[in-house]
Design a binder for this molecule. Structure first.
Ligand code: SAM
Length: 265
């Protein structure tokens, strides 16, 4: 789609993410592979000035109904710790919908190690990575990080969306191998995957407690309504420096208040 002069692109407060301001505002990432969509998402091409010259830049719409990171951003999360230049380990990549936006976001200086154990989804992931050299697809079980240790370097951030009851343990195990001290984690929790009998808020609280026993310091969480029911995204620091300001042991994890419905960026 041609945005031309009608669509205005504005920087989002999260570095590397943008808002396309048109009839309806949309969250967008700058397409690292212009001319190609990954999963049929809408593309917006706009004219921009670069060093005095007119250039065409393409953005891809990031739908919060299809991506938990996008839902957390729209839900007002303070920090997602994925920005230009970041090295990200992504557990539960599926066919790469959200991974592709992370690839746009970290850009050519960054890298996304994308782990998915389903061979079916893994095929799409591998095909997507052929066009995006900053994505390293890994078709393995995230429970066994030793199997892919030769492929993954130290990372700044781990994002996990494996929807498994032992997700906290899986993330802890991967963090021991790959996450730098003072690095960050972003975990999507689907309450009924962990305990379908307890209220969602109780499940989130117990997962946060589990994380605290594993060198993780949760800092904030947001629930993902209206995009996903009974889901939350928890964000925090791994082995923070003792004098670190970001999170102190025993500090309460803060639940973010939702922005008003009109504020849909
Ligand atoms: N994050 C994806 C997105 O936004 O496009 C959706 C992820 S989906 C909710 C969960 C994925 O985790 C599934 O594709 C599933 O096959 C994968 N998964 C579950 N357990 C896994 C494991 N132990 N290792 C690797 N992948 C796993």
């Amino acid at each position: 789609m041609r945005g031309g002069a009608k669509v205005l692109i504005e920087k989002h407060r999260h570095e590397g993410i943008f808002i396309a301001k048109g009839k309806d505002d949309a969250l967008v990432t700058r397409n690292l592979d212009p001319g190609h969509a990954v999963y049929g998402e809408k593309r917006i091409s706009v004219d921009e000035k670069k060093e005095g010259l007119d250039v065409k830049v393409e953005y891809r719409v990031w739908n919060p109904f299809r991506s938990k990171i996008a839902a957390a951003i729209v839900g007002g999360v303070e920090n997602i710790h994925v920005k230009p230049g970041s090295k990200l380990l992504y557990l539960g990549a599926a066919s790469g919908t959200t991974v592709s936006h992370c690839s746009d976001l970290v850009g050519p200086e960054g890298c996304v190690y994308a782990v998915e154990f389903s061979h079916r989804s893994g095929r799409d992931l591998i095909n997507m990575a052929k066009r995006r050299t900053n994505v390293i697809p890994i078709v393995e079980d995230a429970r066994y990080p030793l199997k892919y240790r030769m492929l993954v370097g130290m990372v700044d951030t781990i994002f996990a969306d494996v929807a498994q009851p032992d997700q906290a343990r899986i993330v802890g195990h991967n963090a021991q191998y790959f996450l730098k001290n003072g690095g960050h984690f972003v975990i999507s929790i689907k309450a009924n995957c962990i305990d379908s009998t307890a209220p969602a808020e109780a499940v989130f609280a117990s997962e946060i407690k589990k994380l605290q026993t594993m060198d993780f310091k949760p800092i904030e969480y947001v629930t993902l309504e209206p995009f996903e029911r009974d889901h939350a995204v928890v964000v925090g620091t791994y082995r923070p420096a003792k004098d670190g300001k970001e999170a102190k042991a025993g500090e309460k994890t803060e639940k973010k208040e939702k922005p008003k419905p009109a504020d849909s960026d």
